[in-house]
Design a protein around this ligand. Structure first.
Ligand code: URA
Length: 269
């Protein structure tokens, strides 16, 4: 194999989510002999006059965990953002964490007037552990700059705080499924309550699904609504805008609407 083919193969593996070497050489697990059953406890020697107990079907008890209730409990018990991040890092029930390189919690300034909720980390975000750092994120930064906002601004008036509905990258960038959104919703709601923004921007369908319980971003965008007791502006996702540049006109109108609201309500909180 020449180096170009080897590189293409490696890139393909990475796209599939196989981006880490666990051992120095591969193991073909299909060729391994079946593992011998492990005896957990030695049976006590039978008493001479004891009749053998009738065979009972072996029942494997699968504990049913209410993962949404677990998420609610974990999120509710976090008194601040650092504790919320730790609670997410310790939350064992979302399988996405197993395929992800990093937990992607948030970026920007907590306490900013504007909080943005996106969908899920992609490959770049998974690698860096920060939301919206890939090409869609670069467009988002330019959009925000156009209305005088930046994630690295120190002043709450010019700052933004950014998170996603899902804190772990779904492999191959697939869409989140309903169970994942339901499980992560309590964390996002708590995240908003602790970050205390004045205005929320929901980027794309999955953010609307999580916080408005509604989909159909092309109908929802541009209309102020409410969630978590805050004014909410749903917008088309920057990744959509990259694929559909004609939609940038409407996104610009939505951003101007956000700017106008911030100007009208400055100093009100
Ligand atoms: N898209 C998102 O919704 N969030 C990210 O962090 C990156 C891309």
């Amino acid at each position: 194999m020449d180096h170009r083919s080897a590189r293409a193969l490696l890139e393909w593996y990475i796209d599939l989510g196989a981006d880490e070497c666990i051992q120095d050489s591969p193991i073909n697990r299909y060729e391994l002999p079946d593992a011998a059953p492990v005896s957990v406890r030695k049976a006590a020697p039978a008493l001479p006059d004891t009749k053998p107990a009738p065979a009972r079907p072996r029942v494997v008890a699968m504990a049913q965990v209410d993962t949404v209730a677990e998420a609610q409990r974990a999120a509710r018990s976090a008194p601040d953002l650092a504790a919320l991040k730790a609670a997410l890092a310790a939350f064992p029930h979302c399988d996405l964490r197993r395929g992800a390189r990093n937990l992607v919690f948030a970026d920007g300034q907590p306490g900013a007037r504007v909080m943005i909720v996106g969908e899920a980390p992609g490959r770049d975000e998974d690698q860096e552990g920060r939301p919206f750092v890939g090409v869609a994120g670069q467009l988002l930064d330019r959009m925000l700059a156009a209305i005088g906002l930046a994630r690295d601004a120190a002043e709450p008036d010019q700052a933004v705080y950014i998170t996603n509905v899902l804190p772990w990258r779904p492999t191959q960038n697939r869409d989140p499924v309903a169970e994942e959104i339901a499980m992560m919703r309590p964390f996002v709601e708590r995240h908003i309550a602790l970050a205390k923004p004045e205005v929320l921007i929901l980027m794309g369908n999955h953010a609307c699904d999580a916080l408005l319980h509604r989909k159909g971003i092309l109908r929802l965008r541009g209309q102020w609504t409410e969630a978590a007791g805050l004014p909410v502006m749903p917008m088309t996702h920057p990744a959509y805008l990259l694929r559909n540049p004609a939609a940038k006109r409407e996104a610009w109108a939505d951003l101007l609407d956000v700017r106008a609201r911030l100007d009208q309500t400055r100093g009100a909180r």
